[in-house]
Design a protein around this ligand. Structure first.
Ligand SMILES: Nc1ncnc2c1ncn2[C@@H]1O[C@H](COP(=O)(O)OP(=O)(O)OP(=O)(O)O)[C@@H](O)[C@H]1O
Ligand SMILES: [Mg+2]
Length: 267
């Protein structure tokens, strides 16, 4: 059985793509066959994974019925580009438009144990498609003022998807990223999320560091670029696997990845 996780947020720049990229990388390292789906016309996930820009077919072709998931997969990534914006527009007029991704991914190769979907920074039709295709929603929030407000809006859409189109959908958790716990507003953001969504906020908080932008630019995983920082995502990977369940072997292997701080690294 494949478990599908949609990573979403109402706001832009909350770390969705970095989370999909990094979790997919870590999970593959511990033997979890993971398919990453770029569902954002910006194509950032495809860039982070260094998929050549002209790669075709893409997720847009898959949604329009012109390619199967296997045909649209390039190195365990189903990439996206601006064609996805057009595909979203033409889906808009169709009956069953919210079910398109679910139907397409039903044909994804069975050997994938996890599918992670990177949503665009809006709660429109593409994000709804991801929530209808998913078993779990992972909501990202930035460790700043107004974190709670963005999460509340995302949660409303998760609820709506569950009530109307996908009653199996579960909230996997809320992730606080780009946080600096030395600052009052990151601490307040965490506290207000924990208060509003008890038991749902991941204990792993992702620290803010310029190293994320640097590693994205170089298309290198943070695990290799700054193993010391990658501890945050290693801990998150463990929480994610524990919440999904059934990945004991992979969780044991996670313990063996022990990141060290490179001598030369700046903070
Ligand atoms: N923990 C972090 N600390 C600092 N910068 C980060 C962190 N995680 C990601 N970033 C950087 O912040 C920017 C936004 O991150 P990312 O692309 O993952 O967010 P996103 O939610 O997918 O954005 P969008 O809404 O535009 O799709 C990128 O430049 C990324 O490198
Ligand atoms: Mg993104």
């Amino acid at each position: 059985m494949t478990a599908t996780i949609a990573v979403l947020s109402q706001k832009g720049g909350t770390g969705k793509t970095t989370t999909v990229r990094t979790l997919a990388d870590i999970l593959r390292r511990v033997g979890v066959a993971t398919l990453a789906v770029d569902l954002d016309p910006q194509g950032n996930l495809s860039d982070y994974f260094d998929v050549p820009p002209e790669t075709a077919p893409t997720v847009a072709d898959m949604l329009m019925g012109g390619a199967t998931p296997s045909e649209a997969t390039y190195a365990d990534v189903i990439p996206a580009n601006l064609n996805l914006a057009e595909a979203e527009l033409s889906l808009g007029g169709k009956i069953g438009r919210e079910l398109t991704l679910r139907r397409a991914l039903a044909k994804a190769p069975e050997e994938y144990e996890l599918i992670m979907i990177d949503c665009p920074p809006s709660l429109g039709l593409l994000t709804v498609n991801a929530l209808v295709a998913a078993d779990y929603a992972l909501v990202t929030a930035q460790g700043q003022y107004f974190a709670l407000q963005g999460v509340e809006q995302a949660m409303e859409v998760v609820e709506l998807a569950r009530e109307t189109l996908n009653e199996e959908l579960e909230l996997l958790g809320i992730l606080l990223g780009l946080a600096d716990m030395r600052t009052v507003h990151s601490r307040e953001a965490l506290a207000s999320l924990q208060e509003s969504f008890p038991g749902k906020v991941f204990s792993s908080v992702i620290r803010s560091s310029i190293a994320y932008a640097e590693s994205a630019e170089r298309a290198v995983s943070i695990v290799d670029y700054r193993p010391d920082l990658a501890r945050d995502y290693l801990a998150l990977a463990d929480e994610v696997l524990a919440r999904v369940g059934g990945f004991e072997q992979a969780r044991r292997q996670l313990e063996e990845i022990t990141p060290v701080r490179p001598e030369h690294a700046a903070s």
